[in-house]
Design a protein around this ligand. Structure first.
Ligand SMILES: [Zn+2]
Length: 350
C-alpha cells in the first residue's frame, strides 16, 4: 500500500473511534504514533504491599496489557507512595501510547486494613499509613473512581473469582508475607465486618508471655511467623536481607531457611485451625510471598490443622497455594476496578 493509502485508512479509523494518533518522534524525526482505542477504556490495579509496589493496567476485558513491580523501603509512607504510584501509572500508560485519562477506574490493595470510607484506621501498627484518606486522595490524583481494599480481602476476591477457590462459597485466604492477614469470602462475596479491624490474623496473640509485637501486644502470630520475623533471624548474614532471599534459598534446599519457613507453616496452621473452628471454610488458600515455598510451608500447616481442628483430619479443609500467588491482591484490585467500570457486579471491599 502506498503511504497515502495507509494514511487514509488510519484517518478513517480515527474518525470512527477505533484508532488514536499522537505526535511523537523516532530517530530524531517527527512521526505519528498510532494506537488502538480500547473499548470502554482501561482499568488499573495498584498494590501497596509492605515491601513492594505492584502496578497493572488492563483492558476492559480484564486482559493485562502492562505490569511492573518495584521493591519499596521498609519504612515507606503513604504520602510518597501514593504520588509515586500515580507517576508510574502515567508512565506505563504513555509507554502504551495512551494517557492516564484513558484509565477509567482503579482498584487499590493495601497492606493495611481500610475503613468503609476508604481511609486507613489509626490502629498504631502501620506508621506512615494511618489516618490517610487513600481513596479520596487517589480519586483526586487520578480523576476516576477508585475501589480499595486490604491485600487479603482483594487476594481472596481474586482467588474466588478466577483462582484456586473458584466455585467455593466459604473461603479463607491467608496472606503470608512480610505481614500476615486474612481475607474472607462468605456466600461468594468478600466480607469485611464493620470495616476497621477485619482480617488482622497476624495480631491474634497465641502466647501472652511471648515477644512484644509492633502492635503493642505480646505473642502475636506475626512475632514468630511473619516474613518480617523470619528475615530478622538472618539480619547479620549477607544476602539474606529480603524475604525473597529466604524463600529462594529454602526452595533450593538450604536447611536453615527451610526450617524457619516450615516452623512458620506450623504456627500459621495453629492460627488457621482457630479460624477453621470459628468459620468452617470450604477451602483455605495461602497467598503472599511465602506461598512460593509450596509444601515447605503448606505441609506443616496441614499437619498443625489436623492436630488442632476440632474433629480431626476428616474435617480439615483443603489447603492450597493461591492460584494467582504472589499476585493475588493485584488481580483482585483489577477485578474491583472492572466492577466499578462495568457495574456488572457490586463488590464491597471497603
Ligand atoms: Zn501484634
Amino acid at each position: 500500500m502506498t503511504r497515502s493509502t495507509v494514511s487514509n485508512i488510519v484517518k478513517d479509523l480515527v474518525d470512527v473511534g477505533v484508532l488514536r494518533t499522537a505526535a511523537t518522534s523516532r530517530n530524531g524525526r517527527h512521526a505519528v504514533q498510532v494506537s488502538l482505542v480500547r473499548g470502554q477504556g482501561l482499568v488499573a490495579g495498584i498494590h501497596f504491599s509492605s515491601r513492594r509496589l505492584r502496578l497493572v493496567i488492563a483492558e476492559s476485558s480484564g486482559k493485562v496489557v502492562a505490569e511492573r513491580s518495584d521493591l519499596i523501603a521498609g519504612d515507606n509512607r503513604a504520602d510518597t507512595e501514593l504520588d509515586r504510584a500515580v507517576i508510574l501509572l502515567a508512565a506505563m500508560a504513555e509507554e502504551m501510547g495512551n494517557s492516564l485519562s484513558d484509565v477509567k477506574a482503579v482498584g487499590v490493595a493495601t497492606a493495611v486494613p481500610v475503613d468503609s470510607d476508604g481511609s486507613t484506621p489509626k490502629l498504631g501498627i502501620n506508621a506512615g499509613w494511618e489516618g490517610v484518606r487513600i481513596r479520596d486522595i487517589l480519586q483526586k490524583l487520578l480523576s476516576c473512581p477508585v475501589a480499595i481494599g486490604s491485600e487479603a480481602t482483594l487476594g481472596a476476591l481474586a482467588e474466588v473469582r478466577t483462582g484456586a477457590a473458584s466455585g467455593f462459597q466459604t473461603v479463607v485466604y491467608l496472606h503470608a508475607g512480610y505481614t500476615i492477614s486474612a481475607g474472607f469470602v462468605f456466600e461468594g462475596q468478600p466480607f469485611i465486618g464493620a470495616g476497621t479491624r477485619y482480617g488482622l490474623l497476624g495480631h491474634v496473640s497465641f502466647d501472652g508471655d511471648g515477644g512484644i509485637c509492633r502492635c503493642g501486644n505480646r505473642g502475636c502470630l506475626e512475632t514468630t511467623a511473619s516474613g518480617r520475623a523470619l528475615v530478622s533471624q538472618f539480619r547479620d548474614e549477607p544476602g539474606m536481607n529480603r524475604l525473597s532471599d529466604l524463600v529462594d534459598t529454602a526452595i533450593e534446599g538450604n536447611p536453615r531457611t527451610s526450617r524457619v519457613i516450615s516452623d512458620a507453616g506450623r504456627s500459621l496452621g495453629i492460627a488457621a485451625a482457630a479460624v477453621c473452628n470459628l468459620i468452617d471454610p470450604d477451602i483455605l488458600v495461602v497467598g503472599g510471598e511465602l506461598a512460593a515455598t509450596g509444601e515447605l510451608l503448606l505441609g506443616p500447616m496441614r499437619h498443625a490443622l489436623e492436630r488442632f481442628v476440632v474433629g480431626g483430619t476428616k474435617l480439615v479443609p483443603e489447603v492450597v497455594p493461591g492460584g494467582w500467588a504472589p499476585r493475588s491482591a493485584i488481580v483482585g484490585a483489577v477485578e474491583s476496578a472492572l466492577a466499578l467500570l462495568s457495574s456488572r457486579s457490586v463488590v464491597r471491599v471497603a
